[in-house]
Design a protein around this ligand. Structure first.
Ligand code: BEZ
Length: 254
């Protein structure tokens, strides 16, 4: 295995840190929430519900929502909101013909082999049920990746293994169809995203697959170099803008 094939660390979550650095993830979920259009009384599953910020909005519409979240810290934060949470990976089955809708925001890209998760979403839906999701799509955070790899390379560190799945609409539509879905809508939406705690906050929250096993000093140096390389995406007020590219889709179980 070359350096390129070796993840430096897995992604670990800390619910308090996530709220501080990344509350924009749920706040920016309003378009996909609108596409879900939850109806009172519907049974809805939220894949990768995180700390439940958006899941609670679904519940507030009167739906009977269940979160699915494998990380214990995030699952506990979601339960603290009074939400029901299945603490498991989406690649493990989560029900048969139980839900009117399956929803997901900013979670599917963490699943490198998504086909089992898509098959589980299909199985968990009632016939006629919908799957509405947003995730990172093709080209997502490309500038951050290039800057990070250049900063790692300058330290003599090779790139880590790809931790994310950012598919094109064609690739994700084909996967959904193989799982049995009829795809109603799918497309990429560029969404430059101001970062409340800058490049440092973003890398501290999401950078573990690249930075996780470095010493503190090496990590600080790589983060500072990466932030300098990203100055072209830092505006006149000093606000960093992540080059997010969202993939949104809506599909139905026939
Ligand atoms: C995203 O939401 O697109 C994303 C967040 C962190 C790492 C990778 C992708």
């Amino acid at each position: 295995m070359s350096d390129h094939d070796t993840p430096r660390a897995g992604q670990a979550w800390d619910a308090a840190g996530y709220v501080h650095h990344a509350s924009f993830v749920a706040e920016r979920g309003s378009d996909i929430f609108a596409a879900l259009a939850p109806v009172p009384g519907e049974a809805i599953l939220d894949i990768g519900c995180g700390d439940g910020a958006l899941t609670a909005k679904i519940a507030a519409e009167g739906a009977a929502v269940t979160g699915l979240e494998p990380d214990p810290s995030m699952a506990a934060a979601a339960r603290a909101r009074g939400l029901e949470v299945l603490e498991q990976d989406a690649r493990t089955p989560f029900g048969n013909s139980r839900f009117d809708a399956v929803f997901s925001n900013a979670a599917l890209h963490w699943i490198r082999d998504p086909e089992p998760a898509l098959a589980n979403a299909f199985a968990a839906l009632k016939p006629g049920g919908r799957f509405v999701a947003e995730q990172g799509g093709f080209g997502n955070v490309a500038a951050i990746r290039i800057a990070l790899e250049a900063a790692l390379g300058a330290k003599g560190l090779g790139p880590a293994a790809e931790p994310w799945d950012f598919p094109t609409p064609a690739v994700q539509a084909a996967r959904l169809e193989r799982a049995g879905f009829r795809v109603l809508q799918i497309g990429l939406v560029p969404r430059p995203t101001p970062l409340p705690t800058g490049w440092e906050g973003w890398l501290a929250t999401f950078g573990a697959p690249f930075l996780g096993e470095l010493s503190d000093a090496a990590r600080r140096a790589v983060v500072a170099d990466c932030a300098a390389r990203l100055s072209v995406l830092t505006d006149e007020t000093g606000t960093a803008h992540a080059d997010y590219m969202r993939l949104r889709f809506s599909a139905v179980r026939p």
